[in-house]
Write a protein that binds this ligand. Structure first.
Ligand SMILES: Cc1cc2nc3c(=O)[nH]c(=O)nc-3n(C[C@H](O)[C@H](O)[C@H](O)COP(=O)(O)OP(=O)(O)OC[C@H]3O[C@@H](n4cnc5c(N)ncnc54)[C@H](O)[C@@H]3O)c2cc1C
Length: 440
């Protein structure tokens, strides 16, 4: 994997077709298939890709992030920023700046199970600077990371740069082929990172083997307006055969309604009126505004996947985030695991990459470091899916409190355990990479 091109890689003449210009790759002649060489090329500008790009650039490594969309504006991409991610931002010295952006702070999570309300999670005892979960649209979060990454001259972000293939030589990945509205181009790099999400093109082209763990449910996301009398609580609601999670987003509720896997078509056939009735049966206080759902279009289906690569790397290539392991929405931990992967990858690889000496052993170390927390988290998610959610969605009986909930209800200090699991998770990562360049 080691490269020989020195660290001043951005000085590449790049064959005169491209030049690096204020963090953009400018394609001068769109008709010429041209290529660029750089230390690290990241496919995907989601939480994993943007955080890794930021950390590597901060450590002085030349890095380009290719994001296929023109902007970060995608609805319902997951908006939960957990205390572990806020801690990473504290370590990077950007937490206060982040908290100045509009967000909501959730300090406690509860569940309405049948007729009973139980407070289940209390973040107030976490050993972190922020003892709350921040809710912020993911595009704001990504935009925030991009704005900080762009302060470093070795960071490049190419929007509308879609990776379509890998360049391989003698069994080693040496680059990517990408397309933009201005034409195709190739980028050669010492290391390619697949951070292109759960439908990763990179992992498919690299023929990495995936283990699928299945899921009994899908999720319908939609929003309904919120009124002051509704209360503040972000909470889960469970009644006979139905489950919904409601996130307080200020003037609206972001709702995640769970359905049995593959049932969306059937629900649509029954009609919007029947769907609205279902929502009211879980959340009676929405009766006066459920009519805001006037069409199926704003109701988005999330097909739930839980999977994990057997091997996260190949010579010249590493996958992180959802590309390495798609998470169930239970606990809303996907973003945070993606961020933790990025921090671990930067800690292990930044110095090696800047010297051009990264090896397969380093890539293996990243998987070793992150596979354990991923396995355990997915194990807990699959357990909850199979033991609780499948039973509830398949039944018409009144829900009784599961025994762990009864224990928490009886001894409220136990709420610290789920708070720790959700807020910090297993094997928390800390920023160990230096700030080599002071940024612009
Ligand atoms: C509807 C929904 C709701 C969710 N809710 C939550 C939640 O509340 N909390 C939570 O923690 N997690 C949630 N998740 C999961 C969370 O969004 C992911 O786990 C997390 O975003 C993973 O980050 P990532 O960077 O690995 O991948 P992604 O966020 O998927 O980012 C991948 C990026 O790569 C880009 N891309 C894809 N293909 C290419 C290509 N070929 N070339 C270039 N770019 C490409 C994509 O446009 C995207 O920007 C939700 C997911 C969905 C779909």
């Amino acid at each position: 994997m080691s490269g020989n091109s020195g660290n001043a890689i951005l000085k590449f003449p790049v064959q005169n077709e491209h030049e690096f210009e204020s963090n953009r790759i400018k394609i001068v002649n769109p008709n010429v298939r041209s290529h660029i060489r750089i230390r690290c090329c990241i496919a995907g500008g989601g939480p994993a890709g943007m955080m890794l790009g930021f950390l590597l650039a901060r450590a002085g490594v030349s890095v380009v992030v290719l994001e296929k969309h023109a902007d970060f504006l995608r609805d319902f991409r997951g908006d939960t920023i957990h205390p572990s991610t806020l801690e990473v931002m504290h370590e990077l010295g950007i937490l206060q700046d982040f908290l100045r952006r509009p967000h909501q702070e959730v300090r406690e999570l509860g569940g309405q199970i049948g007729d009973e309300y139980v407070s289940l999670v209390d973040f107030s005892h976490l050993p972190t600077h922020c003892r709350f979960l921040a809710l912020m649209p993911q595009w704001d979060f990504l935009d925030f990371l991009a704005s900080h990454a762009k302060r470093y001259p070795t960071f490049k972000l190419e929007m509308q740069g879609e990776v379509i293939d890998l360049l391989q030589e003698e069994g080693r990945v040496v680059g990517v082929r990408a397309k933009t509205p201005n034409g195709p181009f190739e980028i050669r790099a010492d290391l390619i990172i697949g951070a292109d999400g759960r439908h990763s093109v990179v992992r498919e082209k690299a023929e990495l083997k995936v283990d699928n763990f299945g899921a009994p449910m899908d999720v319908l996301w939609f929003r309904v307006s919120r009124q002051p009398s509704d209360g503040e609580q972000t909470l889960g609601r469970i009644v006979k055969g139905r489950m919904m999670v409601m996130l307080n987003r200020g003037d609206y509720w972001q709702c995640a309604y769970l359905i049995r896997k593959g049932d969306f078509e059937q629900i649509k056939q029954k009609g919007l009126e029947a769907f609205r009735d279902d929502i009211v049966s879980v959340t009676p206080f929405l009766r006066d505004r459920v009519d805001e759902l006037k069409a199926w279009e704003p109701i988005k289906l999330l097909t739930v996947l839980v999977d994990r690569l057997q091997k996260w790397y190949r010579p010249g290539l590493l996958c992180i985030g959802d590309a390495a392991h798609a998470m169930s929405p239970i606990g809303g931990v996907g973003i945070n695991l993606a961020i933790q992967d990025a921090v671990a990858a930067a800690n292990i690889l930044a110095d090696r990459l800047s010297r051009g000496t990264a090896t397969m052993v380093d890539l293996e170390r990243v998987q070793w470091r992150r596979e354990f927390p991923t396995r355990v988290t997915q194990g807990v998610q699959v357990f909850i899916q199979d033991r609780l959610i499948q039973r509830i969605l398949g039944s018409n009986e009144q829900v009784r409190l599961p025994w762990p909930v009864k224990l928490i209800k009886r001894w409220p200090f136990l709420r610290r355990i789920p708070a720790r699991l959700l807020g910090v998770g297993f094997r928390a990562e800390h920023v160990r990479t230096p700030e080599v360049s002071s940024g612009r």
